[in-house]
Design a binder for this molecule. Structure first.
Ligand code: ASP
Length: 342
C-alpha cells in the first residue's frame, strides 16, 4: 500500500489486535515502514499484508489464513491478514489496486474480481490492468442453506415456497458481486422469482444470522457452511457443482435436486498491484505453490469440501487466463439478468 493506506491498515490492525509498537512505523514524517520499497532486492524484508475483502471468519478469510502460514514460512517473513470489507469485495480490491507495487500488500479475491466491472459503474480499478496475478488458489463449491426451522424441506419445495411467499422471504448475501449474490441471482433466475436480499460485509456474519434465524436462506461456500451443515445447525438443500462433495456425501447436487442450471463454484486467486517487480511476483507464486502442496492445507481444504488447484494453475499465466475468461462469462450473465450495483 502507499504509505497512507499502509498506515491506515496498520492503525486498523492496532485497533483490532492492540499491537502498540506498530504506531512507531506510521508516525513522524511520511511514516514509511523500514526496508522494502518498490525494488525487489532482499524481498521480503518486512511483514506482508494479505488483504481479504470480506469479513473475518468467512470463507475467503478462512482460505487466506490456511495458506498464509505456509507461504510465510516459505518466504521467511510474517503474513498479517487484514479484512477490508465492503461493497461485495470492491473496497478491499480498490485499496490494493492503489497500494504501493512492492509485494507487501497482496489481495486474496474470488470470483467477485470478474463480476464487479459489469456491476459497478464507478469501480475505480480495472482487474486486468491494475493488478498482477500471482496464481489461482482453490475452487470452492457453494451450498444452498437455510435457517434450521425454515419450512421447505427440499430444493423443489424451496422454489415453490419462495414463489408463493416472495414478499416475505429473505435471502442473505455478502454484497453485490459477491459469490453469494451471484449464486442467489442464479437461484432467483432459475426459480423465476425476485426476493428481498439482505447484504452483509461477508458471509461469516450472514451465517451467524442464519443460524440465529434472522434471515431465511442463502448460498455460500462449503468452506463456510460445512461445519454448520454437519452439525445440523442449518438446513442444506444442495451443492452447486456437477458432482457431490465428498465431505458432505448426503447433500444432492442442484441437478439432482431439480435445478440443473444453478451451477457455480467460487475460484480464488492472489493479486498484487500492477507494476510489482516480476521477481516478487515469481517469489509469491512459488510460495503459493508450496502452500498448496502442504499436506495440512490439503487436509483442511478437504474437510471443508474443496482442494488446492493443480500446481500449473497456481501461476500468473493460468490466473490471468481464468480472469479473462470469467470477466466475459459474468458480463453476459449480469447483462442478461439486468442487475446493477448503482
Ligand atoms: N462468501 C462470501 C461471498 O459471498 C465472501 C466472504 O465472506 O468470504 O462472496
Amino acid at each position: 500500500m502507499r504509505t497512507t493506506s499502509r498506515c491506515r491498515a496498520a492503525a486498523r490492525m492496532i485497533a483490532a489486535i492492540g499491537v502498540v509498537s506498530l504506531v512507531a512505523a506510521c508516525s513522524g514524517s511520511g511514516g514509511a515502514p523500514t526496508g522494502g520499497g518498490a525494488t525487489s532486492a532482499g524481498y521480503p524484508d518486512q511483514n506482508i499484508t494479505f488483504v481479504v475483502p470480506f469479513s473475518a471468519g468467512g470463507p475467503t478469510d478462512t482460505v487466506t489464513r490456511m495458506i498464509a502460514e505456509p507461504m510465510a514460512a516459505k518466504l521467511g517473513t510474517k503474513i498479517v491478514v487484514q479484512n477490508v470489507e465492503g461493497a461485495g469485495g470492491t473496497v478491499g480490491a480498490g485499496e490494493v489496486a492503489r497500494a504501493e507495487p512492492d509485494g507487501y500488500t497482496v489481495l486474496m479475491h474470488h470470483i467477485g474480481m470478474s463480476t464487479a466491472p459489469a456491476l459497478y459503474q464507478n469501480l475505480g480499478y480495472k482487474p486486468l490492468e491494475n493488478f498482477e496475478m500471482i496464481g489461482l488458489v482453490t475452487e470452492v463449491p457453494m451450498t444452498i442453506v437455510a435457517r434450521k426451522d425454515f419450512e421447505p424441506k427440499t430444493l423443489q419445495d424451496l422454489v415453490t415456497y419462495v414463489k408463493a411467499n416472495a414478499g416475505k422471504v429473505t435471502l442473505a448475501n455478502a454484497g453485490i458481486g459477491a459469490a453469494s449474490h451471484l449464486c442467489g441471482l442464479l437461484f432467483q433466475t432459475a426459480a423465476g422469482v425476485k426476493l428481498q436480499e439482505v447484504p452483509y460485509e461477508g458471509t461469516g456474519p450472514a451465517l451467524t444470522d442464519l443460524v440465529g434465524g434472522q434471515v431465511d436462506f442463502m448460498c455460500d461456500q462449503t468452506t463456510n457452511t460445512s461445519g454448520q451443515i454437519s452439525a445440523g445447525e442449518v438446513k442444506a438443500y444442495a451443492v452447486t457443482t456437477p458432482e457431490r462433495v465428498k465431505s458432505l456425501p448426503d447433500l444432492p447436487t442442484t441437478a439432482e435436486a431439480g435445478l440443473p442450471k444453478l451451477q457455480v463454484s467460487v475460484w480464488h486467486g492472489l493479486y498484487v498491484p500492477a507494476g510489482t517487480p516480476q521477481e516478487v511476483v515469481q517469489k509469491l507464486s512459488e510460495a503459493l505453490k508450496t502452500a498448496l502442496a502442504d499436506q495440512k492445507v490439503i487436509d483442511q481444504m478437504a474437510k471443508l469440501g474443496t482442494a488446492p488447484v493443480p500446481a500449473e494453475n497456481a501461476t500468473p499465466q493460468a490466473h490471468r487466463a481464468k480472469l479473462q475468461e470469467q470477466l466475459g462469462t459474468w458480463a453476459k450473465v449480469i447483462a442478461d439478468a439486468g442487475v446493477k450495483a448503482s
